[in-house]
Design a protein. Structure first.
Length: 223
């Protein structure tokens, strides 16, 4: 049997991700360790049907691509104890940073920046804010570092209320022929894919998030 890394480098979108495409956005929705559709805040309560928010999508993708078997609570664990109820910076201000590191725990991984890769986890969420993907040169330098057969967990950051927050997550894969594809879900939408190696796809992403948005990419070896 092919390793997942080799399968990702030889084939198109993995079957597990194809199964997630089109699932509707549901606030707080997540797939738990038993395969039930539920929510992060109330994992004991089953949803009436499939539904994922951006974090729930990334958990479901990590179950398929990285072998993550933890609970929703383990996926969203507050790694530094600085974003729980009553936190000075606000509850869950660094949830995206926590999530991508929790889902990739124990695997070789690195942050990707225009100036080159950095060791992960490295600095905390306040210091690691990513790079501006509105900057074409910065984007080109980072995109060139992404390797086929790797899984890139994307953490989007922006300033909100005078501080940086890690507010959205997604998945990037380099598919055959060098095609770079982003998978995500947004409110009032569904899980979808966007080809970022095309000018139209990258322009659409930039319009979705605006000029102040930054992107923190964690590249992970799947096996």
């Amino acid at each position: 049997m092919l390793s997942l890394a080799l399968a990702l480098s030889l084939q198109g979108p993995p079957q597990g991700l194809q199964e997630l495409l089109g699932i509707p956005y549901v606030a707080d929705g997540v797939l738990d360790e038993r395969g039930r559709w539920t929510t992060f805040s109330d994992p004991g309560q089953a949803l009436p049907g499939p539904g994922l928010n951006c974090s729930g999508f990334l958990v479901a993708a990590a179950r398929r691509l990285l072998g993550f078997t933890g609970t929703p609570s383990e996926a969203g664990r507050d790694r530094l104890g600085d974003s729980g109820p009553g936190a000075v910076r606000g509850q869950d201000w660094d949830f995206g940073w926590d999530l991508v590191l929790n889902l990739s725990e124990g695997r070789p991984r690195r942050w990707l920046f225009p100036e080159g890769p950095q060791e992960a986890p490295g600095s905390g969420a306040e210091a690691l804010r990513g790079f501006s993907f509105q900057d074409s040169k910065a984007w080109s330098k980072v995109a060139a570092q992404i390797q086929p057969g790797r899984v890139c967990l994307a953490d989007f950051t922006r300033r909100r209320g005078g501080q940086w927050v890690h507010h959205h997550v997604a998945l990037l894969l380099k598919e055959p022929g060098g095609r770079l594809v982003l998978y995500q879900t947004l409110p009032e939408g569904q899980v979808h894919r966007l080809v970022l190696s095309s000018e139209a796809g990258l322009a659409r992403l930039r319009r979705m998030f605006g000029p102040g948005e930054r992107l923190l990419l964690l590249e992970v070896e799947p096996s």
